[in-house]
Design a protein around this ligand. Sequence first.
Ligand code: ATP
Length: 257
Amino acid sequence: MELPRSAALAARLEVLPSTGSTNDELIARATGPDPWPHLSVVATDTQTRGRGRLGRTWTAPAGRSLAVSVLLRPGLPLGTLGWLPLLTGLAVARTLAALGGAARLKWPNDVLIGERKACGILAELLPDGSGVVVGVGVNLTLDEGELPVPTATSLALEGLDPDPDALLAGVLGELGSLVDRLAAAGGDAIAAGLRDDVVSACDTIGRAVRVELPSGEVVHGAATGIDGTGRLEVLPDGADAGNALHVAAGDVTHLRY
Ligand code: ATP
């Protein structure tokens, strides 16, 4: 896989013919004897042990997807780093929109085209807290029979150009400027206007949702917004306005009205 446009935007970029997990590869380079800098990238089209949240797996047939990890060292307080996966999703959605796709975010870490998932994102904090690695998996050329789950889709299936270099260059350009905006505001995503940008791109907001919390508790309600630290605001069915839950982690299902 050749990525010349992306290489010009990344601080460092390594393309691997195949790897278990690009996040693991980049974490090793970020924490090694010559620590890689902000906006360094590891990419492959063949990832064999991709991780999702909570020990779930991300799977794609060899050569049919883009798995890429980006190192972010924005120099921000830990409490604001929850914005980085949301900004990564926004960068992917904007890039897909520029390619002609109607892409929307599903809080906290998916990018949907229509109701189906074209991209998943997994952010991991470096062990020393000096940065975050965001892993992005995008389905490029999978056909219907190759989709790992029925809720997935690919760029080719959606009629979009599945060129990995155009996609990654777009994402790096967008993500670099979004993170700069967050850093310039000292991590205050509301003051930076980034909370509003994410909310307007997020399909979850304004929908009826089912949320399964890490405790196992299930809440039905309306997703009403995103707070200053990136948590989803959910007003449980029957609760008074003002009693919204602020959900930091959970499995969200979009329900139909
Ligand atoms: P959900 O997709 O249900 O919202 P999640 O956001 O927790 O779950 P992740 O942890 O980001 O998901 O990714 C893992 C899940 O994504 C898997 O459990 C599977 O349902 C789905 N998945 C795995 N591989 C792909 C793929 N190539 N394309 C789309 N979805 C995938």
